[in-house]
Write a protein that binds this ligand. Structure first.
Ligand SMILES: Cc1cc2nc3c(=O)[nH]c(=O)nc-3n(C[C@H](O)[C@H](O)[C@H](O)COP(=O)(O)OP(=O)(O)OC[C@H]3O[C@@H](n4cnc5c(N)ncnc54)[C@H](O)[C@@H]3O)c2cc1C
Length: 348
């Protein structure tokens, strides 16, 4: 007879790693989500892993960037097609691409409506508990895999998209990649020593990208550095978009940054756009509506947690265009759902 899931899983653990193992299955054998307190208590008390638990447990934080009131920039989900007065641009997705597009278009005098299917959680409301962060800030709760289940795919989902949970490593697009884009993909705008360098520079300045001499390294980094030095291999610190990279809390940024230290879209470009009048809506974009090769609006559905709005798709119009910036996973799907036929969509 097979042992129960809980017994089997417990037998793989060293006895002192988890003092009270969280239950993995109920009596019917189906997976049960462990409570946040189970997860962090177990890791926090482990004498082997040295995993201290998220900083909220021990640190009272004063935000390095004051919290912006995005709540007042949100429009309610519409009840009928004609509720939304039309904006110049609709921006689909509020991640790295959506944020820069919104700020740039608003600064140039346009009006933008940013449509984001994930929720906005203000920094002060972040718990940095892993299970909560995964459920609320990641695509499919962090459990998205390839069709064969072999590879886990992590992507941010919420206001700020990936910029809110990423590891803050900010590398310039390498010259060899840019040369490849120019020669193989025929994209001359990425030519080395072109306007693109100015764009990179502007983004890095707004994101406070820096490589200061002192950093707070975690245990794995310290081990890697020691190994490199022993083997006489070169190593260097990667530039990051933290205001203060000496802070120990930087390492927890993949569960959201309560401190406002990482300069995500919420702290930078989305905020710039909002300050210039951009509006936001929590909804899922189903399709881009286009007529005679021009995008004239989108069809939207209510967000997953909205149980009261009608699930009949609603049309939102725009005057000038739709920016499709819903990440590398969803952009091709949205384009295909919208009837675009270009054979490159969704291909490498
Ligand atoms: C854990 C993690 C760590 C990372 N670390 C780094 C790092 O250190 N350095 C680095 O350079 N990069 C890192 N990245 C990658 C980086 O964050 C992404 O490349 C970047 O955010 C992509 O920007 P984007 O605008 O294309 O999409 P995203 O930032 O993914 O934003 C897309 C947004 O669109 C929304 N959306 C999708 N479909 C729809 C729809 N139909 N309707 C409405 N909204 C929709 C999503 O909810 C999401 O918020 C990391 C990513 C993750 C997940």
């Amino acid at each position: 007879m097979q042992p129960s899931n809980t017994t089997a899983a417990s037998s793989w653990l060293p006895k002192n790693l988890i003092s009270t193992p969280p239950p993995l299955s109920d009596s019917a054998g189906s997976m049960k989500a462990p409570k946040p307190s189970d997860i962090n208590k177990a890791w926090g008390t482990s004498s082997i892993s040295n995993y201290p638990g998220p900083p909220f447990l021990s640190v009272a934080t004063k935000p390095l960037t004051a919290e912006y009131d995005f709540g007042s920039c949100y429009l309610p989900y519409p009840s009928t097609d004609d509720k939304i007065t039309s904006f110049d641009y609709i921006v689909v997705g509020s991640g790295a691409g959506g944020g820069v597009s919104t700020a740039t278009l608003q600064a140039a005098g346009n009006s933008c409506l940013v449509l984001e299917k994930g929720a906005y959680i203000p920094p002060s409301k972040l718990t940095q508990i892993e299970s909560e962060a995964m459920s609320n800030m990641y695509e499919k709760g962090g459990l998205l895999t390839t069709v064969d289940g072999n590879i886990m795919i992590l992507a941010g989902a919420g206001l700020g998209g990936g910029t809110r949970v990423n590891w803050a490593c900010c590398l310039d697009t390498p010259d060899f990649v840019r040369r490849e884009w120019v020669s193989e993909l025929k994209l001359p705008q990425f030519e080395v020593n072109s306007d693109y360098d100015e764009s990179l520079k502007a983004v890095k300045v707004r994101l406070s990208v820096n490589t200061p001499p002192t950093h707070a390294h975690n245990s794995s980094n310290k081990l890697l550095i020691a190994g490199c030095e022993k083997l006489k291999l070169p190593w260097r610190v990667a530039p990051q978009n933290f205001k203060d990279p000496t802070r120990m809390q930087c390492g927890w940024t993949c569960f959201g940054d309560k401190e406002g230290n990482k300069q995500s879209g919420v702290e930078t470009f989305l905020r710039d756009g909002a300050e210039k009048g951009a509006k936001f809506m929590h909804c899922k974009v189903l399709k881009i509506v286009h007529k005679a090769n021009k995008a004239i609006g989108v069809m939207v559905l209510p967000p997953a947690n909205d149980t009261t709005s009608s699930t009949v798709p609603i049309f939102i119009a725009c005057n000038k265009g739709v920016i499709v910036s819903c990440g590398s996973l969803h952009t091709p799907c949205l384009l295909k759902r919208s009837g675009f036929k270009n054979s490159h969509i969704g291909k490498q």
